[in-house]
Design a binder for this molecule. Structure first.
Ligand SMILES: Nc1ncnc2c1ncn2[C@@H]1O[C@H](COP(=O)(O)OP(=O)(O)OP(=O)(O)O)[C@@H](O)[C@H]1O
Length: 598
């Protein structure tokens, strides 16, 4: 919590103190307003305004005595009005300022979280559920911000309570001490409520995490759900979770209302007892009694506000811990070379000789014995086309991740142009790599925006050239608004192959030094794939091509084929050479495919 309070301090600076000071002034004005009630009551004959029994009262009434009697009431009312209006205006100003501070702080936290996550290395993402990021950004983060401002509210309430206590002590020490003792006793009794709030807050965090995770999974897999008639099972799961969420939030409200009731009940009893003792036993003046009742009726609600603030803070504590843990993990996983993001690729690192792997070992989980890659040594020459093949799960994607430095080997070395590829160099290298994954990703934006994200300076002519290259020009031309057609769920839905071609065009538009295609043409028909093969032929020489393909016919033109099996390189060489090695895995894979298609 202190971490985020410090953050707010760094973010808001002087504004924060102005806000706190303003809140105190508003509270003071409220106090003065009450104090002014006395001369007012005196003027209308309810109270002896010149009474010396009440501190400050005679001093406050004294200027009034100098006015002619008929002006006194308007004068007091004018001051009263000014105070109330001033307080109202200041309150309005403060409310606006608080909203700006609060929203500004949320924006600051959001940006910090998002930037931190984006700049975390790939290993960080491998270990986490994607929906957890959404949960943190949309639910935990506002809770944290709410908690931070609740702490500030607690601080101002505490301060103002102290002022009120001082004032009350001045009026009557024994009665104030009695009220304080009762307040402390009730606070001690209510401590368990704060603990309970924290436990409920922990449950809220867990339940919301499940809620966001489940919803994300279900809607990602909605086709599977519909296609397999699994709606009922999902609905039951959802209903059970909603029941728990409902009960969790209702319990918190019940807890709060119970402690508020306790404070209210105690207040009524105390006031009755005080009035009795003050009047019947201690025989204090009626004026003093009215003041005591007035002051205590202001003081006691502060105690219940403090209690309520503490419970609300308790409820948000788990969110603080949760968000901080994620941020800490993401800070530890930051890419070493961050600097400003430069999209112009002119000065990006160009691979001139090629890649090399020396006895590389990698496993996703260091607690497990199985390696995704083991003892891999290979060379990938620059400006040539290298294909990586193997059965599903053989380690092809892992190999690519290591080559472009998304993950680092556990043992062994990856070299680029003869130099070891550390995490810092990898970040630099990826500025000149275009990577097209198995599941290509398009934004819910126009074709133009989707292309421009990779190369903001690209002209329209260059975009069309890239689309032509990827055999996507014809279908983009046919889209209702051409380049400006919005793609995605609420725009034009593309087929898997069409999506792949746009992503390929985007990859080419960056004019990368290394183009990696991970099953990037799997959804294309033979004719279109042949078109892309020709395009790749043209790219060879200009850039280093690394292609993962299941359909072996598509890699006939490769300069080199690397065959992986169970995380090791089992064969490498040209297409013709490998196809002749009858006992080799490549030959087997070829014959399986020939049988399947034949
Ligand atoms: N994020 C991960 N966490 C743990 N294990 C993983 C992860 N990703 C891959 N693996 C494991 O590493 C091994 C190699 O996976 P990889 O994705 O590199 O294979 P692949 O050859 O690309 O497979 P495919 O052709 O099916 O995409 C597999 O055994 C897989 O289960």
């Amino acid at each position: 919590m202190f971490y985020y309070l410090k953050k707010l301090h760094a973010f808001a600076g002087r504004k924060l103190y102005a806000n706190l000071a303003g809140t105190i002034v508003v509270s003071m004005m409220e106090g003065i307003g009450i104090f002014l009630l006395a001369p007012m009551l005196g003027l209308i004959g309810l109270l002896d305004a010149a009474s010396g029994g009440i501190p400050l009262l005679s001093a406050a009434a004294e200027p009034l005595q100098r006015l002619s009697p008929e002006l006194r009431l308007p004068a007091v009312l004018a001051v009263f009005l000014m105070l109330l209006l001033g307080q109202g205006l200041l309150q309005r100003l403060l409310a606006n300022m608080s909203a700006e501070l609060e929203q500004g702080f949320i924006r600051h936290l959001r940006l910090e979280l998002y930037r931190g996550l984006l700049q975390s290395n790939w290993a960080f993402f491998l270990k986490r559920r994607r929906s957890d990021f959404i949960h943190h950004a949309t639910i935990e983060l506002p809770r944290v911000s709410f908690g931070v401002f609740m702490c500030l509210r607690l601080a101002t309430t505490l301060l103002f309570t102290l002022i009120q206590i001082g004032f009350a002590l001045w009026l009557s020490v024994p009665l104030t001490l009695a009220v304080l003792l009762c307040g402390l006793a009730l606070a001690a009794y209510s401590r368990s409520q704060v603990r309970r709030s924290r436990a409920l807050g922990k449950d809220t965090t867990e339940l919301m995490q499940r809620y966001v995770g489940g919803m994300t999974d279900h809607f990602n897999g909605i086709k599977d759900i519909k296609g397999n008639r699994m709606e009922q099972q999902h609905l039951s799961w959802f209903r059970a979770l909603c029941d728990r969420l409902e009960s969790n939030l209702v319990q918190f409200t019940k807890l709060q209302s119970a402690s508020q009731f306790r404070y209210k009940a105690a207040a009524s009893i105390l006031i009755a007892v005080f009035v009795y003792f003050a009047f019947a036993v201690l025989h204090v003046h009626a004026e003093t009694l009215i003041f005591i009742v007035l002051v205590f009726s202001r003081l006691w609600p502060k105690f219940s506000t403090l209690q309520s603030n503490l419970e609300q803070i308790g409820q948000t504590v788990p969110a603080f811990r949760h968000l901080r843990e994620l941020q800490q993990a993401s800070e530890e996983a930051q890419e070493p070379e961050l600097g400003p993001v430069r999209l112009a690729e002119g000065d990006a690192m160009r691979v001139s000789q090629g890649f090399e792997m020396r006895d590389v070992y990698y496993r996703y989980d260091r607690d497990q014995a199985t390696y995704a890659l083991q003892g891999v040594s290979l060379r990938i020459p620059a400006h040539r086309m290298t294909a990586v093949v193997g059965r599903s799960g053989a380690g092809k994607s892992t190999l690519i991740d290591l080559l472009i430095g998304l993950v680092q080997p556990e043992r062994g070395q990856v070299l680029v142009d003869g130099k070891p590829l550390g995490a810092g160099e990898a970040y630099e290298l990826r500025r000149s790599v275009s990577y097209v994954s198995q599941d290509p990703f398009l934004f819910h934006e126009s074709v133009r925006d989707n292309l421009a994200i990779a190369a903001p300076e690209a002209s329209e002519a260059q975009m069309w050239e890239a689309l032509r290259f990827a055999a996507a020009d014809a279908f983009v031309k046919r889209l209702p608004e051409g380049l400006d057609t919005v793609l995605g769920d609420r725009g034009v839905r593309l087929s898997g192959g069409e999506r792949q071609r746009i992503v390929l065009a985007r990859a080419i538009l960056r004019n990368p030094s290394v183009l990696v295609l991970d099953e990037a043409t799997s959804a294309l028909d033979g004719e279109r794939e042949a078109g892309i093969q020709e395009a790749l032929e043209r790219l060879r020489g200009r850039m280093t091509l690394i292609v993962i393909a299941h359909r072996l016919s598509t890699i006939r033109g490769a300069d080199q084929i690397i065959v992986l099996d169970n995380g090791s390189v089992v064969q490498h060489g040209g297409y013709a050479q490998l196809s002749e090695e009858q006992d080799g895995l490549f030959g087997k894979l070829l014959s399986y495919q020939a049988r399947a298609s034949g």
